[in-house]
Design a protein around this ligand. Structure first.
Ligand SMILES: O=C1O[C@H](COP(=O)(O)O)[C@@H](O)[C@H](O)[C@H]1O
Length: 273
């Protein structure tokens, strides 16, 4: 890995990127579990997101995590019938949740299109699931909430689209502008399928750590703009900010449009931990 701007890790290949991300996730979960007993992760769909889960499953260190005590949520989901292979939850189950034996009660998926009638109902149901989990966490574990409507998210994984979308928050759309609610129903998404459910940006930013995993030349413009400080309505990825840490975990191709100023900045350093 080469020296990078603060908070950015640049890996030579997508394979190196996902292998390293998987190792980081395992280490993070071991750390949170040793402090708190259980941990909560928000998953993403997309190329790097799912490959990272496959790499966790393949990593011998996975056995250091108690997978029966990790809670899983999603940053977004496509509104499709149960079992559809385009569902982020179906891909995650196949890549990691099923092979690692995560109990069903720890998996908090968005309702599918055959469970509820509309994408708005699915978004409302997801908000209720989140609020119920938050209430349970406060009652049972006595955890001080970051936001009373949401459980505590230890790590929230995000992919970034070529248009700089994160979760299902696309540039210049109502979803990225939504405030005052934890989830949002998305219609007319520019990337298929058009109907989706997403956490809002304010929900995403309650996470302790946000890790943006990005690979490929087609994402270089989005990464360059986000790290140059663009506005979140035009460049949603620019708006993701973890409470304690925001990590950009990217490959050389995705880093190819980072500004020279950023790469040469005094903040340039070897990535910590
Ligand atoms: O549709 C989606 O796309 C993004 C990015 O996916 P990628 O394949 O371009 O990496 C993903 O983060 C999101 O969860 C997913 O629903």
């Amino acid at each position: 890995m080469r020296p990078s701007p603060k908070g950015v890790s640049i890996h030579p290949t997508p394979q190196a990127l996902v292998a390293t991300n998987a190792g980081r996730l395992i280490t993070k979960l071991v750390d949170v579990q040793s402090r708190r007993g259980e941990a909560t992760v928000v998953l993403t769909g997309g190329s790097v997101g799912i490959a990272t889960l496959e790499a966790v499953t393949a990593n011998p260190a996975r056995t250091a995590v108690d997978w029966t005590r990790v809670n899983f949520w999603w940053g977004d989901e496509r509104f499709l019938p149960a079992g559809n292979r385009e569902l982020n939850s179906v891909q995650a189950r196949q890549a990691m949740l099923d092979p690692l034996g995560v109990p069903a009660g720890r998996i908090h998926a968005v309702a599918t299109a055959d469970e509820v009638g509309t994408v708005e109902e699915a978004a409302a149901d997801y908000a209720r699931q989140l609020a119920d989990a938050a209430a349970g966490e406060q009652l049972e574990a006595g955890l001080e909430p970051v936001d009373a409507r949401l459980p505590r998210f230890d790590v929230l994984l995000l992919g970034v689209g070529p248009d700089a979308h994160i979760a299902s928050l696309f540039p210049e759309t109502p979803g990225i502008r939504t405030v005052g609610q934890t989830t949002v129903a998305v219609r007319d998404a520019p990337k298929p399928p058009p109907e989706r459910v997403s956490l809002t940006l304010e929900s995403i930013n309650t996470a302790s750590e946000i890790w943006l995993g990005v690979a490929g030349n087609d994402k270089a413009g989005a990464v360059g703009l986000a790290l140059a400080g663009a506005g979140p309505i035009q460049v949603p990825a620019a708006g993701a900010r973890g409470r304690t840490k925001t990590r950009w975990l990217i490959d050389e191709a995705a880093a190819s449009q980072l500004s020279k100023r950023l790469l040469a900045s005094d903040e340039s350093e070897e990535d910590e931990d």
